[in-house]
Write a protein that binds this ligand. Structure first.
Ligand code: AMP
Ligand code: ZN
Length: 478
């Protein structure tokens, strides 16, 4: 598999440290608010990467942290803890906020068919591990104590800026927006490993440490959790592109200084989802969530399809017009799959050719839009219904669009008629009125039966009595 590596800035043949096994780490969400659909773009594309690796036969062990402490509103270690900000906003405790938004995150993931990582670790469960790593960095001469905080000393590194995509001058502290100067640092790029002092003294969660009561920095969480659960060498580390600097850069600095060798071979970064006004972000206040899309009548899997339609290394712009197109494509896909006959021969040779196109697309740096083309080509081909179904099921192990399930549900609904919609309050109301009319007629109360028919007609519902029972159609309310 060819996979772009942000470290080397090129596509390379993916080779894991141990043959056939992949140690994969993902930066998890900061659980102070709902995930927006931009965050979820990153998790969808990381999910496709994980499933592609599994499809190609690798055994993947994936670990994700949950950031429930230490992620500040400013990259320069001077802001307020985002969790505390969320707790204040909702008049709850930090742990209540963390639990609520962690559950909400995984509920969204389930709707989007994002597989739950093998291990999910809240940062607050690993504080002794952070303290051990910070102590180790001090012992090795890579960290120092200054004005109550422990800092990583970036001047001790041969090379700090590892991701070539950035120009050093653009990253320098003070150039980025909202970054204040921290006078306790020896070097402008040094960062906090452990806080005991910050402008925000009301930090809710604090732990005892050799340097005083305090809390960990955000970056140390991922370094320590990754090593604890995946060992000293990672194959792939994932995250959205905004995490490349300073978060991932600092993770590499800490981990390699502590371990004394190269830590992670591949860095997989997903580019942003933008809205019309730029990058979608939680701090902007108004942002789109999966629930909001559902409220507007979109299916979460149509959003997944929208994401798969473009390459993960391209910025993707969201608009409802684009989502309408994705929803229409998704619905068409489902009805085509629903219309497939169940049986027919399995032409191995032709199926292998379709499979090859799909594999080729994924193995060329996860070209999901070509992988979708391979799926459409299967549906257009002259393969039998059974062969098409088998390939749809196989490709959906990676794409996770839930096509066969959605097709089955669509067919069941069609054969059950309007009763299948009984969950819809309006349909439930009509069905209840039809029953009331039937009861009135049985009691020879024809005036009541006619009044029910007239009342429904005023709501745009036309009743037709047939030998199979009363059917209805819904038009414009009068
Ligand atoms: P956070 O919850 O802020 O820690 O972010 C969770 C993940 O979403 C990280 O991998 C971020 O890099 C990623 N992310 C944040 N904003 C966006 C966006 N607009 N588009 C895609 N990914 C994003
Ligand atoms: Zn991280």
């Amino acid at each position: 598999m060819l996979l772009y590596n942000s470290l080397t800035r090129q596509k390379e043949t993916f080779v894991p440290n141990a043959p056939g096994k992949v140690a994969m780490y993902t930066c998890g969400p900061t659980v102070y608010h709902f995930a927006h659909i931009g965050n979820l773009r990153s998790y969808i594309m990381e999910d496709v990467l994980e499933k592609s690796l599994r499809y190609f036969g690798y055994e993947v062990n994936r670990v994700m942290n949950i950031t429930d402490v230490g992620h500040l509103t400013s990259d320069a270690d001077t802001g307020e803890d985002k969790m505390l900000k969320g707790a204040k906003r909702e008049h709850k405790t930090v742990m209540e906020i963390a639990r609520y938004y962690t559950d909400a995150f995984f509920a969204d993931c389930e709707k989007l068919k994002i597989r739950r990582p093998d291990t999910v670790v809240p940062a607050t469960s690993c504080v002794p591990d952070f303290i051990r790593m910070v102590s180790g960095l001090i012992e090795k001469g890579y960290a120092y104590l200054s004005e109550g905080n422990v800092y990583f000393d970036t001047s001790k590194l041969e090379r700090y800026y590892v991701f070539h995509d950035f120009k050093e001058e653009d990253l320098a502290e003070g150039v980025r927006e909202g970054v204040e100067k921290d006078l306790a640092k020896r070097n402008k790029t040094d960062f906090v490993l452990w806080f005991t002092k910050s402008k925000f003294e009301d930090q809710e969660l604090k732990w005892d440490s050799p340097w005083g009561v305090g809390y960990p920095g955000w970056h140390i969480e991922c370094s320590a959790i990754a090593s604890k659960y995946l060992g000293e060498r990672l194959d792939i580390h994932c995250g959205g592109i905004d995490n490349a600097f300073p978060h991932h850069t600092n993770e590499i600095a800490q981990s390699e200084a502590y371990l004394g060798h190269k830590w992670c071979n591949w860095w997989f970064h997903v580019l942003h989802l933008n809205d019309q006004s730029g990058k979608m972000s939680k701090s902007k206040g108004a942002f789109l969530t999966v629930s909001l899309l559902e409220e507007k009548g979109y299916s979460p899997l149509a959003y997944r399809l929208f994401c798969l339609g473009s390459h993960y290394r391209r910025t993707l712009t969201f608009s409802f017009e684009n989502l309408d197109n994705a929803q229409a494509t998704y619905d068409r896909l489902v009805s085509r799959v629903a219309a497939l006959p169940e049986d027919g021969p399995l032409d191995r040779e032709k199926m292998d050719a379709c499979r090859a196109a799909f594999r080729e697309a994924l193995s060329n740096d996860l070209n999901t839009s070509l992988a979708l083309t391979a799926l459409y080509d299967v549906l257009k081909s002259d393969l039998s219904g059974a062969a098409k179904r088998a390939l749809v099921a196989e490709f959906d192990e990676v794409l996770s669009l839930g096509l066969l399930d959605a097709a089955r549900a669509a067919k069941e609904k069609e054969s059950a008629g309007p009763a299948a919609d009984a969950a819809d309050p309006f349909v439930a109301h009509i069905l209840e009125r039809i029953e009331a009319r039937k009861a009135a007629k049985a009691q020879k109360n024809y005036a009541e039966a006619d009044a029910i028919r007239a009342a429904l007609a005023a709501e745009g519902v036309t009743l037709t009595d047939t030998p199979q029972g009363t059917k209805f159609t819904v038009g414009e309310a009068k």
